[in-house]
Design a protein. Structure first.
Length: 421
């Protein structure tokens, strides 16, 4: 998850003269699938090391806790540079900016694949995080502008489909590929996919102008809007809890004697996450608070199983199912809550949410590494449980502003983005 959404108005869905033609009356599916592939690459690049940690650690000749910082530095790259770079490139044409961002992924993943020097790998991962910030700044808004007003929601849903695909299939596939041919091959495969995507974007994706100065979101006043601060707090702590375990899942399973099952367990987690995404999409308008509390409780139950009964392999897989069911819809729930709470300042609320998301991911990598070195991986489930207690309390407290039972029906053309990975 990365940076502020493209705040270009929905009216900009009609192409400018440079893109040619009248506003389309149907979805440009081929172009939207290119954006979905870009979302897939950004999401998978961020989380791929989670399934490859032991092998990467051995080849880079550093500890697994140090290797886990490859996730941290990616998130730091996004969190530190996303909003400033988005502002600096606001006037760029959208296609040029998207090609630049995805080109950054091709370079970063190639360097990561061939590097045997830990410091160089960390630089490459930081660059990938910067590229993610640029990409996420425009992808959702790009999809919205490519479609007529009455189909903008569907256009964004198609573009954001890359997130659950990366979660449910990408990370397990990358883990299997890494176990079979070596972890560097998994990153080289990402480079090859990105090169194909660059050609796809150049051929199939229309161009649009950049943003005007007056359209850029203002952050600090949004914190005073009722409901925004509770949503941001829940985002920070919930993502921190999830990342502590997810970033080191390969190491955790290896310590349980299940190191060879990392890919399969991630596949189970991802499949359960897809179910969660479907349930949340169907029920979010009527049960926003209930779904959020339920998600936190399911993740807490999964952590309890891992903390108390991890010596039973079957229960480890049950925990993976519960974890996926609890976590899969969380990105949608939190971003929807932020947008609803923000009201007229929704874009600013979204920008802060996605920035805090990456701060939490960076923090999860750091805290997880400290815990691994100081206490061992068995401390991860207990830490998740401890962090989820204030999450549940704040969601229940913010029942009027932040996490109401029912949410207002969104107006046509309202911008929505998805932060997940």
């Amino acid at each position: 998850m990365s940076t502020a959404p493209d705040t270009a108005p929905a009216a900009a869905a009609a192409p400018d003269p440079a893109s040619g033609g009248e506003a389309q009356q149907k979805l440009p599916l081929f172009a939207l699938l290119a954006l979905a592939t870009a979302v897939f690459i950004t999401s998978l690049t961020e989380t791929l090391p989670a399934g490859l940690l032991p092998a990467m650690s051995q080849d880079l000749r550093v500890s697994e806790s140090a290797t886990g910082q490859t996730v941290t530095v990616y998130a730091i790259g996004t969190a530190l540079t996303a909003i400033p770079l988005t502002a600096a490139t606001a006037g760029w044409r959208r296609k040029k900016l998207l090609l630049t961002a995805m080109g950054g992924f091709a370079v970063a993943n190639t360097v990561t694949a061939v590097s045997t020097v830990y410091e160089l790998t960390m630089v490459a991962r930081f660059v990938a995080g910067v590229a993610a910030g640029l990409a996420w700044a425009l992808l959702a808004g790009y999809a919205r502008r490519m479609a007529p007003a009455h189909l903008q929601g569907k256009a964004m849903a198609i573009a954001m489909a890359g997130i659950p695909v990366a979660l449910s299939l990408g990370v397990p596939a990358g883990t299997f590929l890494g176990d079979w041919l070596g972890w560097s091959v998994a990153f080289l495969a990402m480079t090859a996919l990105t090169v194909l995507l660059l050609v796809w974007i150049a051929v199939a994706v229309p161009d649009f102008p950049g943003q005007g100065r007056g359209e850029r979101p203002k952050m600090l006043p949004t914190l005073r809007v009722p409901g925004v601060t509770p949503v941001l707090f829940v985002t920070l702590v919930f993502v921190l809890a999830h990342t502590i375990l997810y970033a080191y899942i390969a190491t955790y399973l290896d310590d349980l004697g299940l190191g060879g099952s990392t890919g399969l367990l991630l596949l189970v987690f991802g499949a359960a996450s897809l179910v969660s995404i479907w349930v949340v999409g169907a029920q979010i308008n009527r049960r926003l608070r209930g779904l959020t509390v339920g998600g936190a409780l399911l993740v807490a139950l999964a952590a309890a199983l891992l903390a108390l009964l991890s010596d039973t392999t079957a229960l480890v897989y049950v925990a993976a199912v519960l974890w996926g069911l609890g976590w899969g819809g969380v990105p949608t729930l939190l971003q929807t809550a932020a947008g609803d709470a923000g009201g007229e300042s929704a874009d600013s609320a979204q920008a802060m949410l996605v920035t805090l998301w990456n701060v939490a991911m960076a923090g999860g990598g750091i805290v997880g590494g400290v815990l691994l070195d100081a206490v061992g991986s068995t401390s991860f489930p207990w830490t998740v449980l401890l962090l989820l207690l204030p999450v549940i309390a704040v969601v229940l407290y913010a029942r009027r502003a932040g996490f109401p039972s029912q949410r207002p029906v969104p107006q046509a053309g309202t911008a929505v983005t998805d932060p997940a990975a």
